[in-house]
Design a protein around this ligand. Structure first.
Ligand code: 3HC
Length: 691
């Protein structure tokens, strides 16, 4: 951390440097150091103007998110430092390069002139953290850009380009090349009188923009940040101080909210899961340029599209000629759709397609760096493929299986060097879903694991490492979630109630709709397998009845719901009747089930299984479970993930509920995880295991 000072004639250049993103940390004294350096420059008789620039890759990535777990008043240090800059009698020029986000952009706005290097991104991402710009942003940005443009930036959280920033009045100039040199050149010109952003008049479009933004607020949203941002803009008046006071108060409220705590957990969680505990930083990823995908089904096709979109060359091997042609056509159509929708240019699409090679034999994979197998889930078929790959591929090529149900170690045993085998479990549709479970077999080499995680990042996925067990992390937990959902149906709930309760709680989709979308036949196959493997852990048979009718969900036009237009789920009275009759048949008197019970049982089933999984070492940390649920299963980001949510409830209370369920019907499904029991007894949280 440093603030370096250089004198360039009568201009003082202050360069702020604090770690990778120059975060404005109050906690480590960095903000105070900036304030002190600024005050010294101002007091310096020889200094006529001040330039503030960022050290390293960027101007500033914002306030330090790590500070927000503390006292909201600590942010006053940041606000006062910015006021000091704004109220300076000397012209202050902000020389912005790379990135100016959140508190970083707020610092820039406290200056009197802003010059941005072309290519710089300027934004207000606080809303994505369940916060509002709390360093004067809600009061200064609308004054500079007008209320509509400011609300757009603050509510979307999306950054704008330097060129757009110039257009809306956020910056005064955009330059190519050295931005500090440009700032010095500007300082050498006769500058117009100092014009603090906070002294600009309230924008004329305030009332109209506030009304329009309010009308678009989502009722029932878990995060109150969008509504409070609009409140702050509504509070704009000629009295800057009163607007800033409203902003500071609302910021403090949001900072303490569950939604912001959850979203901040996600911010750090996404980065934490990329780190593999116990691995030396000497273990470097291998370069991956050419990839082979084996299998041209739905999964293989989705994976191929994801890889082509990331700029990789892909050879797809599919032995069935017709299936290969179909996969090729789907790939071309999907990529072309991105052009039609204006997402990419035609030449980019052409380049992506040119990087695709269809092949009818595994022999085409002799020079690839990585193979991803996505063939039928049958160990005999996997044996054939991996035995052939062992022979055909380069010895240093990584061999990955997309299996979701088979034992990765058994698959690795088909290869003479099992250390090059890893699991890459994509989620369907693989070109859309962000999650990638990276499965570490018992022989997987550290370098192979690191390469797989690096590869995940490269193709835009959130990679999370899982150990080998049936269902890995995601599906193993999902099974317990569904078990409760189906029990709830036979005990008295109807599908539409279960789904509505879970969706109101924040899940992207309730369990009934999810399985209708995934295909009820998939769950049916699992249940049939489990009936043999785990006869002492029965499922409700109610969904089997629906499957027996050939109703597999959206793809068959009917599942738990009806799909008259092929997409929209409509409750079906016939299914309601079937469920009610099923309860009678198994001798259960149906009871009224509250939405609270639905949510509690479904969510705590996830938590308990998640705790088993962490305790067994299948997941490295609770945060790995959280990220899997956010990116693969539609868990609400604002709740941070199941394990974070359990911390919010408090582990003793979680355990107490689980014990109550354990004493009830199908209590065997609620064996409390030893890790949960231990942490609750010690008054600890899952969070301590994330460090
Ligand atoms: N506070 C604390 N740490 C931060 C941070 C921040 N604002 N921004 C990034 N970091 C940390 C990351 O956690 C990561 O740490 P790690 O190496 O220990 O994992 C490290 O900096 C590097 O971050 P990235 O890996 O994300 O680096 P990239 O180069 O890929 O991206 C970035 C840089 C675009 C700045 C990206 O980090 C980012 O989007 N950061 C968050 C920006 C943000 O939300 N700013 C607003 C903060 S809230 C605020 O300012 C409130 C104010 O209004 C009062």
């Amino acid at each position: 951390m440093s603030v370096t000072k250089e004198a360039a004639g009568a201009v003082t250049v202050l360069r702020i440097g604090n770690g990778p993103v120059n975060a404005l940390s109050v906690g480590n004294g960095f903000v105070t150091e900036i304030g002190d350096a600024f005050a010294a420059a101002e007091a310096d008789q020889d200094c006529a103007a001040i330039v503030i620039a960022g050290e390293g890759r960027m101007f500033c990535g914002g306030a330090d998110i790590g500070d927000f777990d503390g006292d909201p008043a600590s942010l006053d240090t940041l606000r006062n430092m910015q006021l000091g800059v704004e109220n300076s009698g000397k012209p202050v020029i902000m020389a912005i390069h790379g990135v100016a986000l959140g508190g970083g952009l707020e610092l820039a706005m406290a200056g009197h002139y802003r010059i941005a290097q072309a290519g710089t991104k300027l934004g207000m991402p606080e809303v994505t953290l369940g916060l509002l710009p709390g360093g004067g942003g809600t009061q200064r940005l609308p004054r500079l850009t007008g209320a509509a443009a400011a609300l757009d930036m603050m509510l979307s959280g999306k950054p704008v380009s330097a060129e757009r920033a110039l257009e809306i009045g956020l910056v005064d100039k955009v330059v190519e090349g050295d931005v500090v040199a440009a700032a010095l050149a500007l300082a050498a010109e006769a500058l117009p009188p100092v014009r603090p952003s906070g002294a600009l008049p309230v924008p004329a479009d305030k009332a109209e923009a506030v009304e329009a933004a309010r009308a678009k607020l989502r009722p029932g949203a878990l995060s109150q940040a969008p509504a409070r941002i609009v409140d702050c803009v509504a509070a704009l008046s000629d009295d800057l101080a009163s607007g800033l006071a409203v902003e500071a108060r609302l910021f403090g409220e949001l900072m303490a909210s569950e939604a912001s705590r959850g979203l901040r957990h996600v911010f750090f969680g996404e980065r934490k899961v990329a780190r593999i505990p116990g691995l030396s930083s000497d273990v470097r990823p291998r370069p991956i340029a050419r990839v082979g995908v084996v299998g041209g089904g739905l999964m293989g096709t989705g994976i191929t599209i994801a890889l082509l979109n990331a700029g990789l060359s892909v050879t797809m091997v599919e032995l069935r000629e017709e299936a290969l042609a179909k996969a090729g056509a789907t790939i071309a159509k999907t990529i072309q759709r991105d052009v039609d929708k204006g997402r990419i240019a035609q030449d980019k699409a052409d380049a992506r397609l040119a990087a695709f090679t269809p092949a009818g034999s595994l022999d085409a994979l002799g020079d690839v760096d990585l193979v991803i197998e996505a063939v039928f889930e049958d160990i005999g078929v996997k044996e054939e493929v991996f035995t052939a790959l062992d022979r055909i591929t380069k010895p240093e090529a990584i061999l990955a299986s997309n299996t979701s149900t088979l034992d990765l170690d058994a698959i690795a045993a088909f290869v003479s060097d099992p250390s090059r085998v890893v699991g890459l479990h994509f989620f369907s549709p693989a070109n859309i879903m962000r999650l990638l479970e990276v499965v570490r077999g018992k022989a997987t080499a550290p370098e192979v694991l690191v390469t797989a995680m690096d590869f995940a990042k490269r193709i835009g996925k959130v990679g999370v490492v899982a150990g080998v067990c049936d269902g890995f992390i995601g599906n193993r937990i999902f099974e317990e979630y569904l078990r409760q959902a189906w029990f709830l149906l036979e005990e008295g709930a109807l599908p539409q109630q279960v789904d509505a309760a879970m969706e109101a709680w924040g899940m992207a989709m309730g369990p009934c709709r999810t399985m209708d979308l995934a295909g009820q036949d998939i769950g049916w196959a699992v249940r049939k397998r489990r009936a043999v493997e785990q006869p002492d852990r029965p499922y409700s048979g109610v969904i089997d009845r629906i499957c027996e009718m050939g109703r597999f969900g959206q793809k068959t036009g009917k599942g738990i719901y009806l799909y008259p237009d092929g997409r929209t789920a409509e409750p079906d009275p016939e299914i309601d009747r079937l469920i009610i009759e099923y309860s009678a048949e198994i001798g259960l008197e149906r009871r009224t089930i509250s939405d609270e019970e639905i949510v509690s049982r479904c969510v705590l089933a996830m938590v308990n299984e998640g705790a088993h999984i962490v305790g067994e070492g299948i997941a490295y940390r609770p945060v790995d479970v959280d990220m899997i649920y956010l990116y693969g299963y539609g868990f609400p980001r604002e709740r941070g993930g199941p394990m974070f949510h359990a911390d919010v409830i408090g582990l003793p209370a979680v355990l107490e509920s689980i014990r109550t369920y354990a004493a009830g019907r199908h209590g065997w499904a609620w064996e409390p995880a030893p890790l949960l029991v231990d942490l609750a007894a010690r008054g600890e949280t899952f969070e301590i295991l994330n460090a």
